[in-house]
Ligand binder design. Structure first.
Ligand code: NAD
Length: 433
């Protein structure tokens, strides 16, 4: 490693996490290391990228329906507030860790800057399995968590949103709890709310729509015809299912899907709408009658034009990248590709559209929601979808042009564009005192 990079790497040493090259924070640090040589004088601020600005760990105690007291570990990490308030989702999952939330918050900083939204980056999470809690317990845990992180969130400070296993109802409870604590209705404290409470039309489908729009643009550039294109999707939740529907509407076919319950294959194309209805009823794609059962590893070897990891991070490993038979990877999930897999895909000529652009549709419409809440003036769904298309396509075109000019991968190009904006803002703000 060159001396300058080593010096930068040392700046990132934190006592409270122990990242590995494949772990989420380790993956993020490796991505930052790749772009620092292109930051020129701004690289002196690189410590701001390698350290979260603020890390809050909270105990979330609740009374269970049985009368017992349970404690859950909750986090809110504000990675950067240089370009605006923190912005990022809240995840409920039994495997959530501080390190994971840190990486997700950092990717939010990069994502918001890559598409030029006036936000920093943040993320939250609670280590719990929502499937083991009743609706009342879920409400109590959400309200207590919101109260605990209430000291750092707010419409001008940090604005949470839904992520894995959280939804509009959970955002409504968060908004209500925050509002009760501050003594005023504060719709702009969270996004992804129900439309009746200041939510935005088009928000629920926005991330899947963004994946489709960026995929459509990438396919056009790579000369992959949409009509009849074979698409495989890992994760058939909010993002995966909505992206699937739009790809099918545009003429592509979903040949393979996989979720936590199993995998399916159908060379003629799965019925995405019927499959979404099956998932809504049964909780998984498993058992859907319209396809053959597909093994966990087999999923990654299906011949496709486009593959969309839309589940969790770290799924596209080196071993899977070496066997992948696709032309284009659309990173709908956050951090789905490990750095070693990224290199292997680049060497094999497989284009990877990075998460920070590909799945930015959700935060773009969250931004619209926040703006609409401030002005108390709401836009039509058509207007929202048009503005989303314009922002995300413009951001992708700018990043693609940067890559063509400097011969970067799309990820490096997106990080260069984003990190330059973040460090520029930090540089212009200067240090206090
Ligand atoms: P979701 O909870 O609606 O769906 C998650 C999906 O992943 C489910 O189909 C689940 O079965 C599947 N899954 C979980 N573990 C799996 C495993 N081990 N193997 C295979 N599949 C597995 O979540 P979502 O909102 O669709 O989010 C999916 C991804 O997109 C996450 O990485 C999230 O951070 C990212 N993302 C979401 C949004 C948003 O607006 N919802 C925005 C940006 C990024």
């Amino acid at each position: 490693m060159p001396d300058t990079q080593q010096a930068h790497a040392q700046l990132g040493t934190l006592s409270y996490v122990s990242p590995t090259p494949e772990s989420p924070w380790g993956t993020y640090l490796a991505q930052v290391d790749r772009v620092l040589p292109y930051m020129g004088e701004l690289a002196r601020w690189s410590g701001t990228l390698r350290r979260p600005k603020r890390v809050l760990i909270v105990d979330v105690p609740i009374q269970l329906d049985s009368g017992e007291i349970a404690h859950f570990e909750g986090y809110r990490v504000q990675h950067s507030l240089s370009r605006g308030p923190g912005k990022g989702g809240v995840r409920y999952h039994p495997d959530v860790t501080l390190e994971e939330v840190m990486a997700l918050s950092a990717w939010m900083t990069v994502k918001n800057a890559a598409v030029n939204l006036p936000f920093g980056g943040a993320k939250g999470g609670i280590r719990l399995d929502p499937k083991t809690l009743s609706m009342h317990e879920l409400e109590r845990v959400t309200r207590r968590y919101t109260s605990e992180i209430g000291i750092i969130i707010g419409p001008q400070r940090d604005i949470p949103a839904p992520d894995v296993n959280t939804n509009a109802q959970i955002m409504a409870w968060m908004m209500d709890t925050y509002s009760a604590n501050v003594g005023a209705t504060s719709t702009g404290v969270v996004t992804g709310k129900p439309v009746s409470l200041g939510g935005s039309l088009g928000r629920v489908k926005a991330t899947g729509r963004g994946v489709f729009v960026t995929g459509r643009e990438a396919m056009r550039r790579l000369k992959i015809p949409m009509e009849g294109a074979r698409v495989a999707i890992q994760g058939f939740g909010n993002v995966g299912a909505n992206a699937a529907e739009l790809f099918v509407q545009a003429g592509a076919k979903i040949v393979a899907v996989q979720d936590h319950g199993g995998g399916l294959y159908n060379g003629h194309g799965l019925d995405a709408v019927a499959l979404a209805a099956h998932v809504a009823q049964h909780g998984s794609v498993a058992g859907f009658p319209g396809g053959e059962v597909l093994g966990t590893e087999e999923f990654w070897t299906v011949e496709t034009d486009v593959i969309i990891p839309a589940a969790l991070e770290g799924q596209l490993t080196l071993a899977r990248a070496e066997r992948l038979r696709a032309k284009l990877v659309l990173e709908a999930a956050n951090g789905p590709t490990t750095p070693a897999a990224d290199d292997a895909l680049a060497a094999r000529g497989i284009t990877v559209l990075p998460d920070v652009v590909c799945n930015s549709g959700g935060v773009i419409v969250s931004y619209f929601e926040w703006v609409q809440d401030f002005s108390s003036f709401f836009w039509s769904e058509e207007e929202i979808n048009l503005r989303l298309d314009k922002i995300i396509t413009g951001a992708l075109n700018h990043i693609w042009a940067t890559c063509d000019k400097y011969n970067f991968s799309l990820r490096t190009g997106a990080f260069v564009v984003a990190c330059e904006r973040i460090l520029q803002a930090r540089n212009e703000r200067g240090l206090y005192p």
